[in-house]
Design a protein around this ligand. Structure first.
Ligand SMILES: *Cc1c(COP(=O)(O)O)cnc(C)c1O
Length: 375
């Protein structure tokens, strides 16, 4: 089955009434069988596992083509579980514009645990090779990156990681499995903030890890989920399963809208640059074309001529693009990115990050036209 079909038809939770939509099992505990030892479907206590979470993890494994998926209460809880699987003295190489809180986790939560990291431009493979140390265990990628929209050649990084016995993580939140399949390119673990495109409606916080194979690290991370308990509730799992039934339909519109908006903005004289992997002017367009199948996703960044002030003014002049953080929802959002990032952020102060929604593209372009006229 293709993804769109299996996301609709894969149900772990069926109701005896014949209800077409899966029920929500809110129970925290499950009754034993008559032997007083076993459980009817193996569910014992909801933090360990429950029917709605099992259903979600099954869908997540299918959508990324993984052997197994483990879900968490947020994208950062999922990321933290990966860092917890490292040992004191281990070193990480991370893309320099990885989602900025990843660094904060290692710097603050793991400050006393002996983890270290080096930031590199992941599009520069020589820089990556030079950053690898004898104790490097993990290479952390994000493509397209946030907010510079750099595209990493995932397969090329995997080759380098294999030579040095490192495992690889790709944060696939932005590209989504509809456009990029990191596991098929040899990446070990895919990370998602399911808060974004998989949730799709800006109303569920969630995260997930999807694994290429089952190994000791997979087992350990499963224990992090079970014992640390940063798990989504059955209701959130159910809601996310519901959202995922329309995932492929939404993505096609996000992506075609983003391409049209990017092409239009590139011609606007008040915009200095448009960063979108689907534009031939993008520095890694060739890699994007090879790696991203069928489209380039819904995220783009623009650099506004004149610096910080006109960038902020443009945000206030737009009527359909809400000035807010986050991404991946049906509604279009715009954000002056540097104002939310940490003090050492290298993001230019005229950069606006846009999450293109699924509104009618004519309305979105008309909104930019009226705003740029007043700028
Ligand atoms: C939002 C985001 C995260 C963090 O996820 P939360 O669900 O907010 O914890 C991680 N990576 C990327 C690329 C994101 O956009």
């Amino acid at each position: 089955m293709k993804i769109s079909t299996s996301l609709i038809h894969e149900h772990n939770v069926k109701h005896e009434s014949g209800a077409v939509i899966a029920p929500i099992i809110m129970a925290t505990t499950f009754e034993r069988n008559e032997d007083q030892l076993t459980y009817p479907q193996g569910y014992l206590y909801s933090r360990w596992d429950n029917p709605n979470r099992a259903s979600l993890e099954n869908k997540l494994a299918i959508v990324e083509g993984g052997t197994t998926a483990i879900c968490f209460a947020s994208g950062l809880a999922a990321a933290t579980a990966v860092f917890q699987s490292l040992k004191s003295g281990d070193h990480i190489v991370m893309a320099d514009d990885t989602y900025f809180t990843m660094r904060t986790i290692v710097n603050t939560l793991y400050a006393g645990f002996g983890l270290s990291y080096t930031l590199v431009d992941m599009t520069n493979l020589e820089e990556l090779k030079n950053a690898i140390q004898p104790n490097t265990k993990l290479i952390w990628m994000e493509s397209p990156s946030n907010p510079a929209i750099k595209v990493t050649d995932l397969a090329a990084v995997v080759q380098i990681a294999k030579v040095h016995n490192c495992f690889t993580v790709a944060d696939n939140t932005w590209a989504t499995p509809f456009y990029t399949k990191p596991l098929a390119l040899g990446v070990d673990i895919v990370l998602h903030s399911t808060t974004k495109y998989l949730g799709g409606h800006s109303d569920i916080l969630g995260g997930a890890l999807i694994f290429k194979e089952q190994n000791e690290r997979t087992e350990f991370i499963k224990k992090v989920q079970m014992y640390s308990g940063a798990v989504p509730s059955p209701f959130e799992c159910w809601l996310l399963c519901r959202s995922m039934t329309t995932f492929t339909a939404r993505m096609s519109i996000h992506s075609s809208n983003a391409l049209k908006l990017a092409k239009y903005l590139e011609k606007e004289p008040k915009i200095d640059r448009v960063l979108y992997p689907g534009l031939p002017s993008h520095p890694q367009h060739i890699i994007a074309k090879k790696q991203m199948k069928g489209g380039y996703g819904g995220m783009l960044s623009i650099l506004v001529k004149g610096g910080r002030e006109p960038a902020l003014k443009l945000c206030s002049l737009l009527k359909l693009f809400t000035h807010a953080t986050s991404l991946g929802g049906v509604e279009s959002l715009i954000e002056h990115r540097v104002s939310i990032e940490s003090a050492d952020s290298k993001t230019p102060d005229n950069l606006l990050r846009i999450s293109v929604g699924i509104e009618d593209i004519d309305d979105l372009i008309a909104d930019f036209k009226q705003a740029l006229k007043l700028l």
